[in-house]
Design a protein around this ligand. Structure first.
Ligand SMILES: *Cc1c(COP(=O)(O)O)cnc(C)c1O
Ligand code: SF4
Length: 337
């Protein structure tokens, strides 16, 4: 066994570990079903062709073997149900094309600009409202990054930049670090927010270098993770979250309310408790965006309101997320309950 003593080597090893998990992610339904001892499902072929499966092994390891209805599995498994969407489900339910400040920068809400750093994610969530988003034209990556930074620097009304995607933490630490130093030098910015599922999907993504980048940045830091079920949060995930917190980041979580996954009061209550134990405040519970392919995940609004009522009765106020929906044209996300 080789012992790593040179700090540059250990940085390389850390980076290799999460990048390796990205490279070895399962990308076809057959392999995943076989690994989880599930019978083949040829009917899911068209769903898988329209939005490919992407499942990193550290997350797959948290899925129960032999259980078709595992709440983690359902988030990423292509199924035939995706082929049936009512006509009011659309490809661009949030009408984001209208909010583009420059390529890769959306400015929908006062004071906040959302930067699409990359189109890549560490999971393909079957209910994702961005599953039809034309990333190749709209991401701020590489060629567009410079223009995106200039447009943010030129707009004094922007106090907060939200690094989003896709998942911004799929890009390498060097790029994140340079983004942070460029953004940190813009005088009117107070805050950088990262919207990411990577610390959940691949906990080793929280590298020392990433932690250092955050710790060094003079701006306020907020990391918004995305978990839908308590089973996603194991000891490795909690370790990564603790490292982010040690870098001075405020940790928040968003959840999407999903039929068959978390539309059950005890499940949502347990998720909030698990988040608190990991140092994360529940922020948003999202009503599903009506995107083509996701209709079978929709929970009726009345059910959602009842579930939030049940959470409120069982949890401290700060552990109850705001139940929200994004309605195109509104100045903020709309609170439903
Ligand atoms: C959701 C969102 C934000 C952030 O909204 P908050 O309510 O501050 O979390 C900012 N920009 C865009 C384009 C968004 O979709
Ligand atoms: S991580 Fe976020 S952007 Fe990526 S597929 Fe999931 S919901 Fe969509």
């Amino acid at each position: 066994m080789q012992i790593l003593t040179n700090p540059a080597d250990s940085v390389a090893a850390e980076t290799k570990s999460w990048q390796q998990a990205m490279r070895t992610a399962i990308r076809d339904t057959k392999t995943l079903r076989k690994r989880l001892k599930l019978a083949p499902d040829p009917a899911a072929a068209s769903a898988a062709a329209s939005f490919g499966l992407f499942a990193p092994l550290p997350f797959v390891d948290r899925i129960a073997v032999g259980d078709e209805s595992d709440p983690l599995l359902l988030q990423l498994l292509p199924t035939a149900a995706e082929d049936h969407s009512p006509t009011h489900f659309s490809n661009d339910p949030l009408q984001e094309s209208a909010a583009t400040l420059t390529t890769g920068v959306l400015k929908k809400y006062m004071g906040r600009a959302l930067m699409i750093v990359t189109g890549a994610c560490a999971i393909h969530c079957r209910y994702c409202f961005r599953r039809h988003f034309p990333y190749s034209d709209n991401s701020a990556g590489a060629a567009h990054l410079e223009k995106a930074l200039v447009s943010i620097a030129d707009d004094n009304s922007i106090e907060e930049v939200i690094l989003s995607g896709g998942d911004p933490l799929t890009v390498v630490d060097r790029t994140i670090d340079s983004l942070f130093s460029r953004l940190g030098a813009i005088p009117h910015l107070r805050r950088i927010r990262i919207h990411t599922r990577l610390p959940i999907m691949i906990p080793s993504r929280v590298t020392d270098q990433l932690v250092q980048t955050l710790a060094r940045c003079p701006l306020e830091k907020v990391v918004v993770i995305h978990t839908n079920h308590a089973n996603e949060i194991d000891a490795d995930v909690t370790g990564g979250l603790n490292r982010l917190r040690s870098a001075g980041a405020l940790l928040l979580n968003q959840t999407v309310l999903l039929k068959g996954i978390n539309d059950h009061a005890p499940t949502l209550i347990e998720l909030s408790k698990r988040l608190l134990s990991a140092g994360v405040l529940p922020y948003y519970l999202h009503q599903l965006d009506q995107v083509v392919g996701a209709a079978h995940f929709e929970v009726p609004l009345e059910t959602g309101k009842r579930l939030v009522g049940d959470m409120r009765a069982a949890l401290p106020g700060f552990a109850v997320p705001r139940y929200v929906q994004e309605i195109p044209g509104e100045p903020n996300k709309t609170v439903l309950a």
